[in-house]
Design a protein around this ligand. Sequence first.
Ligand SMILES: [Fe+2]
Length: 362
Amino acid sequence: MRLIGIDQIIGSEVLARPIFDLDGRKLLNAGVSLRPAIVQKLHEKGISSVYIEDELSEGIEVTGLLAEETKNRAKLIVREEMQRLAYKKDINFSNMNSVVDNILDEILSRRIDMVSVHDIRMQDEQIFAHSVNVCVMAIALATKLSLPISKIKSIAMGALMHDIGKALLPPGLVSKSDDLTPKELEELKKHPVLGYNIIKDNNEASATTKIAVLMHHEHINGSGYPMGLAGDKIHYSARILTICDEFDTAINDKQNKNALQTTDAVEYLIGASGHVFDKAMVDEFIKVIPIYAEGSIVLLSNGNFAIVIKNNPINLTRPIVRVFYNPKTKTRYDKTFVLDLREELSIKILREIKVNVNDIME
Ligand SMILES: [Fe+2]
């Protein structure tokens, strides 16, 4: 199985996983053939990528940390609570709490080596999915930093609610993807304080959760907002959220047009570590984020195309791959062959590529 963008579908692919809408309703079953009319419907529902089963990805298992049901329920609750907040100026904290308990139970019941990129490349790029993504990554990073479980839970709650203040901003402003006027930008920058004010008097929210929401846009060099705090003045919970928030925004751009590849997003984090992000935390974060997702297609330094079969937790830049095509000689390898890049040190991955595999496999 592998994940492909909707725009890469040519019409004969078979769905590898069911597709749910934001309300958790099943739209399509696994095994369905993706005819053009179905693809059109997926477009309309705002679904940008799907898992398919094809010859190239045969035998590749993509196992996420979270069950689809858990992800969908989490997105649904975040949406409900943001709507409740927008209309009734009220939030049901215990609903959020139960979502975090669910996510924590599922993640911590497995030993975390790394977050699957599939957990954070979700089927829709809305604010609710973003909150769940940030929550999953924050749990993984906080676990990697060996924080106690009570702190991990508080950080997870902060992650789930970090943008909740946006529910109090004009809807048009939040959904506007770019070209914000300076005045609109100032308005948008109010959301950490708005979010903090919503939960600051709530006894069910911990101090760590509250402070994480308030400080999630602060930068190590003092260039962030709302207070322009620097270094250790920024609470560690917020330093964790900033990394996860900006990483998810980079790879899941709202309109999915300017989304970075994971490799580029990781490079951005490394480049900005020490001045935007906490360097020690970035060092740990890149150990839990696999650069190349299982099922992704990559260009090797010897010119061949390969598909990633399995990540290697010790060295995330050197997964096990299956070589299937040489674009220079237009040779398709009838017998595809497997390379373990931990052992084949003369070959490296140059980058992930988006190719229409059907053109090659003809
Ligand atoms: Fe934010």
